[in-house]
Design a binder for this molecule. Structure first.
Ligand code: KG4
Ligand code: ZN
Length: 347
């Protein structure tokens, strides 16, 4: 990648297409997110999960009009964009390729460089878009549909993986439980809604891997437990709500226990929680109760996938901006393989 002089990158167009959300946003350093648009693909609902080919085709349809819409809303001419950032991985290969091709082509058309962004670094940095962002260092809990990770974050770009899931991600467990309960996709918000009418105490649920040391997670046993419970108790709407509430409480308790353990182990003070599951109200309540004033989240609208976090991460990685034109993605891309940031970025 060709390195460019960095101080000139102030305005970044961000493009997210790693899964089933098309996200476009314009970030201007000093002003924050100037305009953004997210399109959530709903066609997947009837299949109970994301269909990769449908996702790619929808990104193709939506991206160009969304870029126009965001620039119009921001009152920004293409020439005022300094760099185009896009999600290069991890994610669905076809979906990523659409974002990469559009970003590379668009950037080349306006004569600007591109920045390949790691999707999880986007989530990780998203709490920095809040008016009162956390100072570094902190522990990050990233909980999405594809990942559950605890990370020690010393500075932007300085990441050490502390623990991760050995099987299902937390969001995935929500999605699968929703399916078992006959709810729609994505399952997290649906399970949370049903849980509001439920009694979390009625059934016993395991808190996986909390009784032994370590910071890894496992949610597949909890999922099996829930499946057997649903089969055994089947039933009436109240029972389903009680199961949803018990399941949600078990996931929340497990995450809270591991976060506190990670803070203790690293001797760090602050926690950030990001990714789709960080929108969960009960998770936020439980963490706020235990870690009052020391826990930070992205704005609610930016918990699930969006272009704003990609534009922001692109700005942090502006030193890596390279000549546009090369379409390349990394569907599998471990976060700790990211190069350190070459300069400390001001908040
Ligand atoms: O970060 P995200 O949009 O996509 C990935 O990178 O995977 O996360 C999506 C996940 C889905 O599994 C969805 O069910 C879950 O986040 N989710 C929630 C809530 N909102 C979204 N899980 C629990 N409670 C919620 N309120
Ligand atoms: Zn995500």
């Amino acid at each position: 990648m060709q390195s460019q002089s960095t101080p000139s990158v102030t305005t970044v167009l961000g493009i997210e297409t790693s899964c089933d959300e098309t996200g476009v946003a314009l970030y201007r350093h000093g002003d924050g997110i100037v305009a953004q648009a997210v399109h959530t693909q709903l066609d997947h609902a009837k299949y109970g999960g994301v269909v990769p080919e449908l996702a790619s085709r929808d990104h193709v349809r939506k991206l160009a009009p969304m870029i126009r819409q965001v620039l119009d809303e921001a009152g920004c001419r293409p020439a005022a964009i300094d760099a185009v950032a896009y999600t290069a991985g991890p994610g669905l290969a076809g979906a990523l390729l659409v974002g990469s091709a559009v970003a590379e082509g668009y950037a080349r058309g306006i004569g600007r460089p591109t920045i390949a962004v790691h999707h999880m670094e986007g989530h990780l940095l998203s709490p920095m878009l809040e008016p009162d962002p956390p100072d570094f260092p902190f522990v990050a809990l990233l909980v999405s549909g594809g990942h559950t990770m605890l990370i020690e974050v010393r500075a932007p770009g300085a990441y050490r993986l502390l623990g991760e899931t050995l099987d299902d991600a937390a969001g995935e467990a929500f999605d699968k439980t929703a399916r078992l309960l006959g709810l729609g996709y994505p399952g997290g918000p649906e399970v949370a809604r049903l849980a509001e009418q439920g009694n979390a105490e009625r059934f016993d649920f395991p808190r996986p891997m909390t009784d032994r040391p370590g910071l890894d997670f496992s949610f597949s046993g909890l999922k099996t437990h829930t499946r057997l419970l649903i089969q055994r108790e089947a039933g009436d709407p109240q029972t389903r709500a009680d199961i949803a509430a018990g399941f949600e409480r078990a996931v929340v308790d497990t995450l809270v226990i591991k976060c506190r353990r990670a803070l203790k182990q690293t001797r760090l003070d602050r926690l950030i929680v990001a990714g789709g599951v960080s929108a969960n109200r009960r998770l936020r309540q439980a963490l706020d109760a235990k870690l009052a004033g020391r826990v930070y989240y992205p704005p609610l609208a930016l918990c699930t996938d969006n272009g704003a976090m990609i534009a922001l991460a692109g700005w942090y990685r502006r030193a890596e901006a390279g000549q546009a034109g090369k379409v390349a993605v990394r569907p599998r891309w471990p976060l700790d393989e990211l190069p350190p940031l070459t300069e400390a970025a001001p908040a």
